[in-house]
Write a protein that binds this ligand. Structure first.
Ligand code: NDP
Length: 333
């Protein structure tokens, strides 16, 4: 059973030696335990934050511990009356490993969505979709006619969030890196405009695209991109702080906006965590299901094969060298 173990806390992008792939024996199952073979491992920007020894929404992964990660797998052996071999499951606390021995209480059954591949459960109908859906509908309360700016817009969460905002009648501007990603947003996903932050000044582009200012910001990146949007939020503008991916590898504090604008423009700025919305997943499925079925909302996954490449795969999230929700296929379905 191969497992990625955290050996030292990375400084900047993960370097060789920060994690180690070790081989361990699978222990015998005890009563109520289940052996799960990992099929897909979700790689998420937040994984990098778990490697830091800093206060977060979860404790840091300890040195010598298996790297934490969201997984979907198949039951190989079971001493639980609730799960049998062949069941598709998600452990509530998974890891970067070929196999996991999990207590039955730590497993959720996975219901395949009719007509959709299993990867949907790890993306548009999983945490990614939940984050995008509740960020737009519940945190931002996006309304018809409002102008919304979404950063990391061609990424997993951003691309779905933009399409949901379109369904709510918003005017949607995405910020993404490179002409191909920007063309995908406007030509295929129906975004009203896209700003290529690698080739143009985000502030100037916003002044051109939204001369009266911005109503809503779905923020995934932080730093200079966030500041450019924040400085154009209208009076009573609303900002959902979903992620700050540009700072996850930073070794010094990133630049921040001037909070005086929160006062002068009576802004509503709210951070949120998808974990709080997990109990409301049905609401998302009920509204998104038809959009997915008839193609109104499109989604992509980028699947890398092999647990052994997981570290290199994770780094893709910080270079943008991936096309859709990033997953590792650890074994065949
Ligand atoms: P993505 O698929 O969006 O991948 C990350 C993207 O971020 C990259 O593709 C890249 O896009 C962009 N990016 C990375 N570094 C930078 C940088 N320095 N400057 C500008 N853009 C950068 O990942 P997710 O959809 O999984 O996550 C998106 C955000 O949502 C993250 O901040 C994440 O932490 C957050 N999140 C928050 C959750 C919550 O509960 N609050 C839950 C899930 C995600 P490009 O090629 O365009 O540069």
């Amino acid at each position: 059973n191969r497992q990625w173990v955290l050996r030292q806390r990375p400084k900047g992008l993960i370097q060789p030696g920060d994690l180690e792939l070790v081989d361990t024996a699978i222990p015998d199952l005890k009563e109520t335990e289940v052996l799960v073979r990992t099929v897909y491992l979700s790689l998420d920007p937040t994984n990098r934050t778990w490697m830091n020894d800093s206060e977060g929404y979860l404790p840091p992964v300890g040195l010598g511990e298996v790297m934490r990660g969201l997984t979907l797998g198949v039951v190989e052996a079971s001493r639980s009356s609730r799960f049998k071999a062949g069941d598709v499951v998600m452990p509530t606390s998974g890891g970067w490993a070929d196999y996991a021995v999990v207590q039955e209480s730590g497993l959720r059954p996975v219901h395949r969505a009719p007509g959709l591949p299993l990867t949907a459960n790890m993306s548009v109908l999983g945490m990614t979709g939940l984050t995008a859906y509740f960020g737009v509908t519940d945190v931002l309360k996006a309304k018809e006619g409002e102008t919304i700016v979404i950063s990391a817009a061609a990424g997993a969460v951003g691309s779905i969030a933009g399409q949901i905002a379109k369904q709510r009648g918003c005017r949607v501007i995405g910020v993404a890196g490179g002409p191909q990603k920007c063309a995908w947003l406007t030509d295929e996903l129906g975004f009203d405009a896209a700003i290529d932050y690698k080739n143009e000044d985000v502030g100037k582009a916003l002044d051109r695209l939204a001369p009266d200012g911005v109503d809503l910001n779905f923020e995934n990146v932080g730093g200079d991109i966030m500041i450019a949007v924040f400085n154009r939020l209208k009076v009573h503008g609303r900002m959902a702080v979903c992620g700050l991916v540009s700072s996850y590898n930073a070794t010094k504090a990133p630049p921040s906006p001037n909070f005086a604008r929160i006062i002068t423009h009576r802004l509503h700025v709210q951070g949120f965590l998808v974990l709080d919305y997990a109990p409301r997943a049905r609401e998302m499925v009920a509204e998104m299901g038809p959009w997915l079925a008839d193609g109104r909302v499109k989604w992509k996954v980028h699947v890398d094969d092999g647990l052994e490449g997981a570290v290199g795969s994770l780094n893709r999230l910080f270079t943008g060298d991936h096309d859709g929700k990033l997953l590792v296929r650890v074994s065949e379905e």
